[in-house]
Design a protein around this ligand. Structure first.
Ligand code: ADP
Ligand code: MG
Length: 542
């Protein structure tokens, strides 16, 4: 008899399985999407490993095969993917790597029923959805490049069994023992419909075999290869949710078939929300996927600059060989040109989007802070980024822009003034503003952490220097005209004792004409960092 090992699920997995199976009962069909997505991922990974390791090469006609055996009540999903070693099986199917049960539970509870299926993919608990339709699940897997095969068997009740087995080729087979109330998943037509709905865009062929009959179930035409008029809004939104793991609708979509010197297609999205579980700042890198002739290659080619990392989607090119190496990905001028063209195109799309105030402000609230990171490079896009940036202002309702600010500047005003801090409300009531308010000079209110860094780097907009009002004592004096003030004897005495008391805390204590209501104010010295920058620097010291 084969040697079997009993294992117990971690407590977290057990609880998650319970949640997935019960909370999503009304959406059971998505188990198939999840299992097919896992197979497709595994085949993508095998292709990529094969680039550097011949023993992982894919078979001649790789595919995902569904087989129905009605009499035995079995649905089998078999792939030619990278497979799993024994350790990987235990790690991937017995513990939860990515997410917390609590967070998942809470999200599930808060989500609208129609959003729930998408939460599963997002939390990386897709595999367990198999237990919604099966009372027993067997996994038989052989890691590409190895000789051993292993089986994993579980009824989903606290434990699973691992045993050595044989699988002729590398890949994974999942055998579902279909529950008595889930007959529909033994019907070829039903499975076909689910695939058409959820997995049509999967680039690997998916076949369904029932008895002697075998048919192809997915169109496999990569969605982005079609023209916009051939794609329904619904397909586009499904695809968006598939690649972003989000559950809303995209804020903006760009389908672009670039032709000419080099050919590529891109389908990019600005999401309508921030993922609570895969924050864009986890890695400060663009994760736009690179495909070559439809085949997924990698999501690490940094197809867009980091400051556009909120944009998600895919780029598919004809101009690279299918067996592109990692090294080539880093050095090829083809990718450099695509990156450049893509960045320019995204910028012009943002320009277009900015004409729709409501959408653009939504975009800005979600991703403006990341976008402004591009100013730090002070490169060719700085001017456009500045124009596309939105700011609060001491004199305007809502957002304003730099061009609008400049058009409102006073005749004798030399600089664009700003005050940086943590929130609009705190800034709006800051004593720093008093002198400027009195002179009716508009001050931009910068509220993102990144705003403490870029103004010095960029220096100016439309030839007007950007200046923090915490460093603009002389400007204000100039604007106020000749208000000669000679300190009285009492004032001099007060300054002297304040200087003694604050000895090593300040460089200077002086009288000022810029305050209207407040008695004292902290100012930054003109040459040094502005006040908000000093605050951030202190915060980082801790
Ligand atoms: P996710 O796919 O989001 O990581 P899943 O619960 O769907 O979460 O799958 C867990 C893990 O199990 C996957 O990340 C993968 O490592 C492994 N896995 C699942 N199905 C397969 C498969 N068909 N081939 C290879 N590995 C798989
Ligand atoms: Mg998965």
């Amino acid at each position: 008899a084969p040697k079997e090992e009993q294992h117990h699920f971690s407590a977290e997995v057990e609880r998650l399985m319970d949640l997935v199976v019960h909370a999503l009962y009304s959406e059971r069909e998505i188990f198939l999407r999840e299992l097919i997505a896992n197979s497709a991922d595994a085949m993508d990974r095998r292709r990529f490993e094969a680039l550097t390791n011949e023993s992982c090469a894919l078979p001649a006609t790789p595919q995902i095969r569904l087989t129905i055996n009605k009499e035995a009540r079995l649905l089998t999903i078999s792939d030619d993917g990278v497979g799993m070693s024994k350790e990987e099986i235990i790690q991937n199917l017995g513990t939860i790597a990515r997410s917390g049960t609590r967070a998942f539970e809470k999200e599930l509870k808060d989500a609208k029923p129609e959003d729930r299926p998408n939460l599963i993919g997002q939390f990386g608990v897709g595999f367990y959805s198999a237990f919604m339709v099966a009372d027993k699940v067997e996994v038989i897997s052989r890691r590409a490049g190895t000789e051993d095969s292993w089986s994993w068997t579980s009824e989903g009740k606290g434990q699973y069994t691992i045993a050595a087995t044989t699988r002729e080729t590398a890949g994974t087979t999942i055998i579902l023992h279909i529950k008595s109330d889930a007959d529909e998943y033994l019907e070829g037509m039903r499975l076909e419909n689910i695939i058409r709905k959820w997995a049509d865009h999967i680039a690997w062929p998916i076949t369904i075999k029932q008895g002697e009959e075998e048919k192809n179930a997915n169109a496999g035409t990569a969605l982005w290869r079609k023209s916009r008029s051939e794609i329904t809004d619904e397909q586009l939104e499904d695809f968006y949710r598939h690649i972003t793991h989000l559950f809303d609708k995209p804020l903006a979509t760009l389908l672009w078939h670039a032709e000419g010197v080099f050919e590529f297609t891109s389908l990019l999205f600005i999401p309508g929300m921030i993922s609570p579980f895969e924050p864009v700042d986890q890695e400060r890198k663009s994760k736009v996927r690179l495909h070559v002739r439809r085949m997924f290659i990698t999501d690490e080619a940094e197809m867009l600059p980091a400051w556009l990392r909120f944009i998600q989607g895919i780029v598919d090119t004809e101009d690279l060989p299918l067996n592109v190496s990692r090294e080539m990905l880093q050095n090829t001028p083809v990718l450099a040109r695509i990156r450049k063209a893509l960045t320019n195109r995204v910028m012009s799309e943002l320009n277009k989007l900015s004409e729709d105030t409501e959408k653009y402000e939504k975009f800005w609230n979600l991703f403006g802070a990341i976008f402004k990171e591009g100013l730090w490079e002070n490169g060719e896009h700085s001017e456009s980024i500045l124009k596309l940036s939105r700011f609060y202002s001491s004199t305007q309702e809502g957002f304003t822009t730099l061009p609008d600010y400049v058009s409102r500047m006073k005749e004798n005003q030399e600089a664009i003034y700003y005050l940086a801090g943590d929130s609009k409300d705190i800034l709006a009531s800051s004593p720093q503003l008093e002198g400027f308010k009195a002179q009716e000079i508009e001050v931009l209110l910068f509220t993102d952490a990144v705003d403490a860094f870029w103004p010095d780097r960029v220096g100016k907009y439309a030839d007007k220097p950007l200046r923090s009002i915490t460093q603009a004592k002389e400007d204000l004096e100039k604007l106020m005209g000749d208000v000669e003030h000679v300190n009285s004897e009492e004032e001099e005495g007060l300054l002297k004792s304040l200087k003694e008391i604050l000895a090593d805390k300040v460089t200077e204590v002086r009288t000022t004409q810029r305050l209207v209501d407040s008695p004292v104010i902290l100012a930054a010295s003109a040459g040094g960092p502005d006040l908000q920058m000093q605050r951030l620097m202190r915060r980082n010291d801790k």
